[in-house]
Design a protein around this ligand. Sequence first.
Ligand code: ZN
Length: 175
Amino acid sequence: MKEIVQLGEHEALRMKAQDVPLKDIQSKKIQDIIADMKETLEKEPDGAALAAPQIGVPLRIFLLAEKVFGVDSSHKAASKDPHLVFINPVIIKRSGKKALMDEGCLSLRGKYGTIQRSTNVTVEAYDEHGKKFTRGAGGLLAQAFQHECDHFDGVLFCDGAKELWDVDMSEQKKN
Ligand code: ZN
């Protein structure tokens, strides 16, 4: 299992991440990174998603936690193939409509804030088998897609937050 790096601990958090060459998606190196990310995310009770730069790897890969789909009923029909792994994701469409949303990040523990996010987005990406797919999302999932894609540009939610506040971590553990 890898540690989730915190802001200031690793340059990957602030770098522009690289695309994964398509021929490498099935390689041991990339599959090992995905396995490390899965294991790391599973250990986070409040983690909805994780981007590779957060384990110090400057590549464009993010994972969604399975529990995220509990909040997205539109996804049930596709639950046999839930697309939890997003490689080289690109937001190809985003709604002009935005909403102020509460947000946190596993690399900024103890910090929360509010940020303007598009309410709906469509992402194009490759899965862990190298198959291309397109996925639309609204609400929390759309927010997660935007947050994770920002990580690939070295952008953290605190950069664009309207408000930021500290959360008592001992308090948070109860949830
Ligand atoms: Zn984050």
